[in-house]
Design a protein around this ligand. Structure first.
Ligand code: DOR
Ligand code: ZN
Length: 366
């Protein structure tokens, strides 16, 4: 059996890094395995201007330098996104995209998820924004769920595709669209059979868990995320999509840290913290499906190709885990303050087949 695995350094095409102490606590986990990450803009207040995005990018790099040192900071490129509101100025997007500050813009239907209140209520109100993005080739990243409370939470992605996404793609046939963190067979089929300008990210957690995990032995807030995990048949369809070799599907963790107390509460936040062992989590899936040789394309090639960015030139090495290696149940992370940040990582207490070689940092993208 192979005992080491070397792949081109991957990127994370969907990531929440937060800000302040949380940022400093978590950013090293991503930077040790990924060369670049598309950083979500759902801060409070959201990132809507070029200046805000530049300042946030500087805070990310400074937090990485403070927690992991200058080499780590030099080897990681945060790719910034704009948060679409109904009042955002298309000229601001064009400016930021032209300057290389914004890599994409994120569409949150208002009320769909964490910090989405400032999002879009009606796509008609951002018509000129979408026209601009289509003209300049700026990717639109979509949280694809309807927010109508009358629609069952498990149906919100499939209904979004029918009611919103199909008409949107008809109105903007040239727009580059990434349907983020897909969770259903409906989404996987729609993307697989759609035009070349439509792609999707897939998270590790939606490849590992179905909705039963939320109730396994009791209520399990650490498996609560949005879009919520669906039935087993959907998980299997996502596995087939991720591991099938299609360039329309690529890695996006949607790692979304919330302090332990905010998850384990009477009204717990949505989000799974999978950054610490993300590439190992994906490697497990590809190995279980018997196509470990396709991990590199999913993790390191399809994403940059869709975004029109160069492939990374470095490599990361994974090794087979030892029999005593298991994922910690809790992580107490330094954050620059006197009290550490406590997070429960995805796969807490489990064993995974692969471990990232801790000794080396990857090299920077070309
Ligand atoms: O589970 C989620 N957490 N889904 C999202 O869409 C947002 C994210 C967050 O920011 O916490
Ligand atoms: Zn997200």
């Amino acid at each position: 059996m192979t005992s080491t695995l070397s792949i081109r350094t991957p990127d994370d095409w969907h990531l929440h890094l937060r800000d302040g102490e949380m940022l400093q606590a978590v950013v090293g986990h991503t930077a040790r395995q990924f060369a670049r990450a598309i950083v979500m803009p759902n801060l409070k207040p959201p990132i809507t201007t070029v200046e805000q995005a530049k300042a946030y990018r500087d805070r990310i790099t400074a937090a990485l330098r403070a927690s992991q040192g200058a080499d780590a900071a030099a080897g990681f490129t945060p790719l910034m996104t704009a948060y679409l509101t109904e009042t955002i100025n298309p000229a601001e997007l064009e400016l930021g995209y032209g300057e290389g500050v914004f890599s994409a813009a994120k569409l949150y239907p208002a009320g769909a998820t964490t910090n989405s209140d400032a999002g879009v209520r009606d796509l008609a109100n951002i018509q000129s924004v979408l026209e601009t993005m289509e003209r300049i080739g700026m990717p639109l990243l979509i949280h694809g769920e309807v927010t109508d409370p009358a629609v069952d939470i498990f149906d919100r992605e499939a209904v979004f595709i029918e009611q919103q996404l199909i008409p949107l793609l008809q109105r903007h046939p040239g727009l580059k669209v990434v349907l983020e963190h897909i969770t259903t067979a409906d989404a996987a089929d729609f993307v697989a059979t759609g035009p070349d300008n439509l792609a999707a990210t897939i998270t590790p957690h939606h490849l590992h868990i179905n909705r039963n995990a939320l109730f396994q032995g009791g209520l399990r807030p650490d498996f609560y995320c949005l879009p919520i995990a669906k039935r087993e048949r959907h998980r299997l369809a996502l596995r087939a999509a991720a591991t099938g070799g299609s360039s329309k599907f690529f890695l996006g963790t949607d790692s979304a840290p919330h302090p332990r107390g905010s998850k384990e509460s009477a009204c717990g936040c949505a989000g799974i913290y999978n950054a610490p062992f993300a590439i190992e989590s994906y490697a497990q899936v590809f190995e279980e499906e018997g196509v470990l040789d396709r991990l590199e394309a999913f993790a390191s090639v399809h994403g940059p190709t869709f975004y029109g960015l160069p492939l990374n030139t470095g490599t990361i090495a994974l090794e087979r885990s030892g029999s005593n290696d298991s994922i910690p149940g809790l992580m107490e992370l330094e954050n620059g303050s006197t009290t550490p940040t406590t997070l429960v990582p995805f796969h807490a207490g489990e064993a995974l087949n692969w471990r990232l070689n801790q000794a080396q940092w990857h090299t920077k993208a070309a």
